[in-house]
Design a protein around this ligand. Structure first.
Ligand code: FAD
Length: 390
């Protein structure tokens, strides 16, 4: 039989459950990516996506295959490719959020659909709290369960792919990124970044919050589009436990999104206060890195230049918007979503809600003081200097 292998946020050949399943269960495989305008992305992530697709196409060619790229509604394009190739099975990774859920439901109605494990190291729903409920609401018990949970086997990479005559691809519009300093996209770049970072990562636990030190992995764009497998990274013996804990945070937010797909616009915590000021001038100053608070403006300039911001700076800029200015977390999240090369629905909105006190923070009324944050995490001012206006 012939299967359509639909790539989504798994743009790699290593540890790819969909690729392994299609190679195993079908005689011929049609590798397909659909660039669906309904899927949230921004010009920076789009640039990264286009490079990642080029890299994936090359890897699939090396296996004897290729990659069909289409633009349009995912379900309509898959139907078209099924009809053109005589395929009768679709293999696709699971994912959470409104877009992914709608897409998977549409595919299930259109064809036989095999859904395989998706972007998490431990699938949403695999771990359930002992006190009941369909997901974990608090991170620490989730981390305890996650660390001990058996993980799925690593998916083997097929030796070769048998493809039928592939239907034509669409030309994708160029990305026109706004950031001037983006990382290269693709699985090869992901693995190279991992290999370059891992050997010196021993001090990550102590230094990951040091803004100027810039000691974090910068693997987030690769994890967001699946150029790197989080499942494989979670078992990589070169990575410090503190970094694996961050991968667990990623899974935590994904299982929250799976249980609560309205995370992008609705307070997660029942009864949370969700009333915000509507000061457009203050919002615009925050957006344009002109609040006059150096640490906040520095973070925003890094976001605009790199399409990426250090996690501590994300916490500071977000905390300043919601706690100091009293502005709506949705506006902050939307601005991040317009720039982040690592945009990830669960992580962006999950972390914004956490910061705003509407999310999973067990201390939702936690105070925020940017001066104390500055003294602790940029004591010499090196980060502010690097991202000063000049
Ligand atoms: P490292 O410190 O090297 O961590 C390794 C990996 O763990 C990251 O690549 C990421 O996949 C995961 N991770 C790290 N911190 C977190 C966290 N707090 N929550 C969930 N996963 C985490 N991350 C995104 O990937 N996409 C987003 O859209 C995003 N939006 C955010 C918005 C706000 C307001 C905040 C506070 C955080 C956001 N994060 C987001 C989480 C975090 O800031 C980034 O994952 C991290 O800065 C990426 O840099 P790194 O790869 O060097 O991280």
């Amino acid at each position: 039989r012939t299967a359509v292998l639909l790539f989504t946020r798994d743009l790699r050949v290593h540890d790819n459950p969909a690729l392994a399943a299609a190679g195993r269960d079908a005689d011929r495989v049609v590798p397909l990516y659909v660039d669906d305008p309904a899927r949230a992305a921004n010009p920076n992530q789009r640039q990264f996506l286009l490079e990642s697709l080029d890299d994936l196409r090359e890897s699939l060619r090396a296996l004897g295959g290729g990659l069909v790229v289409r633009r349009g509604d995912t379900v309509a394009q898959v139907k078209d490719v099924l009809a053109a190739t005589g395929a009768d099975l679709v293999v696709c990774a699971s994912d959470a959020g409104r877009f992914a859920e709608g897409m998977l439901a549409g595919l299930a109605a259109a064809a036989e659909l095999q859904v395989v494990p998706g972007p998490a190291a431990v699938e949403p729903g695999r771990l359930l709290p002992s006190g009941g409920g369909d997901h974990y609401k608090v991170f620490t018990p989730y981390w305890r369960a996650w660390s001990q949970a058996p993980r799925r086997p690593i998916a083997p990479e097929p030796d070769r792919l048998d493809v039928p005559d592939l239907p034509g691809s669409h030309d994708l519009p160029p990305a026109e990124p706004t950031a001037t300093c983006l990382p290269p996209g693709g699985e090869r770049a992901a693995l190279a970044r991992l290999d370059a970072w891992a050997p010196g990562s021993g001090d990550y636990g102590e230094r990951h919050d040091d803004l100027a030190g810039d000691r974090t992995s910068r693997l987030s764009p690769y994890l967001a589009l699946g150029c790197l497998s989080a499942r494989a990274a979670a078992d990589d013996p070169r990575l410090p436990e503190a970094m694996v804990r961050q991968l667990c945070w990623r899974d935590f937010h994904l299982q929250v999104l799976a249980a609560f797909p309205a995370l992008t616009d609705t307070p997660y915590r029942k009864g949370a206060s969700d009333t915000w000021d509507a000061d457009l001038t203050a919002l615009e100053a925050w957006r344009t890195a002109s609040t006059g608070v150096d640490i906040v403006d520095a973070g925003m300039r890094q976001l605009h230049a790199e399409g990426w911001m250090h996690n501590r700076a994300r916490l500071i800029t977000a905390g300043y918007l919601v706690k100091t200015l009293g502005l709506d977390w949705r506006d902050g999240a939307a601005h991040f979503a317009a720039h982040l090369v690592d945009l990830d629905e669960a992580n962006n909105w999950g972390n914004w809600q956490w910061t705003a006190g509407t999310g999973n923070d067990t201390r939702p009324n936690r105070g925020f003081n940017h001066e104390r944050q500055t003294a602790r995490f940029d004591p010499e001012g090196a980060y502010r200097d690097r991202w000063s206006r000049a």
